[in-house]
Design a protein around this ligand. Structure first.
Ligand SMILES: Cc1cc2nc3c(=O)[nH]c(=O)nc-3n(C[C@H](O)[C@H](O)[C@H](O)COP(=O)(O)OP(=O)(O)OC[C@H]3O[C@@H](n4cnc5c(N)ncnc54)[C@H](O)[C@@H]3O)c2cc1C
Length: 304
């Protein structure tokens, strides 16, 4: 296989090179996925367009909103102190990806461009209402991540278009949990992201690893209701999540195991999130926390 390698220094030049030969060009970011495709021959481009010189690596906070350049290496996002403080779930989800070495090369734009059904980042971006900014010669548009990812390795990118950045509107309380056989360099059998928003639906749940694309689960979200969910509501929501998606058996896990994982991980993720949120007085969780706190107090110390 032979191809030309282009490493444009400006966005305009990159877009021109892409627009000239959209069907024959492969876009290269960190290359952790693409280079494998080139090696095994699933992709045979005539032109390789490397984005590495484009100025799309920065993380920019604008009030509560965070915009991440498509070429930001995952390791840089994970290590950013403000991400760790304001969006720890994103740092944790990134930590799940591959290995340390891989995260230094792999980019956020590449994870979205790949649109893998087992992406550890797409479910979290879904519950956080992330939006992508896409650019092409003479134009720019914004698309919610839900509309961008169309299926397994299928996206809404038009010919000649590139992902410029990803914006998270506000750092909602959120959690991402996953299960896999090996801790590093393995792919999640199931990933579960949950977030608590300020508008309806208050709770958001998304799964990866079970369908061709990560999905939100509106019925299970509604079952969690308003405020901190009671144990029964959580149980019903977790059961609904495990029933809902069209699970499949493959080399990583059986259908039955995946269903069980979803049920367990939804409960754990919601519980982990609620344990970090304030509970309204009078609610079941508030009472349960008071009982637990009383049990932890040394004898003789009364609560005020
Ligand atoms: C050993 C191994 C383990 C892995 N483990 C995990 C894991 O645990 N979790 C997980 O989620 N993923 C995992 N991955 C997948 C991979 O690491 C990620 O998807 C990574 O984020 C891809 O980023 P990249 O920059 O390397 O993309 P590249 O390989 O450069 O590109 C991937 C795709 O996106 C397109 N693309 C890249 N950037 C842009 C852009 N700005 N605009 C338009 N299109 C673009 C490319 O054309 C290509 O089609 C693993 C991969 C390997 C090889």
């Amino acid at each position: 296989m032979s191809f030309t390698l282009a490493t444009p220094a400006t966005v305009a030049e990159a877009l021109r090179l892409l627009a000239d030969r959209p069907e024959e060009t492969a876009v290269l970011a960190g290359g952790t996925d693409l280079l494998i495709d080139l090696e095994d021959g699933t992709h045979r481009p005539r032109q390789l367009l490397s984005l590495r010189r484009l100025p799309w690596r920065a993380l920019r906070w604008n009030g509560p909103s965070l915009t991440i350049g498509a070429l930001a290496p995952l390791a840089e996002i994970e290590a950013d102190p403000r991400v760790q403080r304001r969006l720890p779930s994103l740092a944790r989800a990134i930590h799940a990806v591959g290995s340390v070495a891989l995260r230094h090369r792999a980019t956020l734009g590449g994870n979205l461009g790949r649109a893998s059904p087992t992406s550890d980042l797409i479910p979290l971006l879904l519950v956080l209402d992330a939006t992508l900014t896409l650019v092409r010669t003479g134009g720019r548009r914004e698309l919610p991540v839900d509309a961008f990812v169309r299926g397994s390795r299928r996206t809404a990118l038009a010919p000649g278009e590139l992902i410029e950045s990803v914006t998270l509107p506000s750092p909602l309380p959120s959690e991402y949990l996953w299960q896999r056989v090996r801790l590093a360099n393995d792919i999640s059998q199931v990933g579960v992201a949950v977030a608590r928003g300020s508008s309806a639906p208050e709770w958001r749940i998304a799964l990866s690893g079970v369908t061709p694309r990560a999905v939100r689960l509106p019925t299970a979200e509604k079952l969690l209701g308003q405020g901190l969910p009671a144990p029964l509501a959580l149980e019903l929501a977790a059961q609904e999540a495990a029933r809902r998606a069209p699970f499949a058996t493959d080399k990583r896990a059986s259908e039955a195991y995946r269903r069980r994982l979803v049920q367990v991980l939804v409960k754990r993720a919601v519980t982990s999130l609620t344990s970090s949120l304030p509970a309204a007085p009078g609610t079941e969780i508030h009472r349960a926390r008071r009982v637990a706190a009383a049990r932890r107090r040394p004898p003789g110390k009364e609560s005020r």
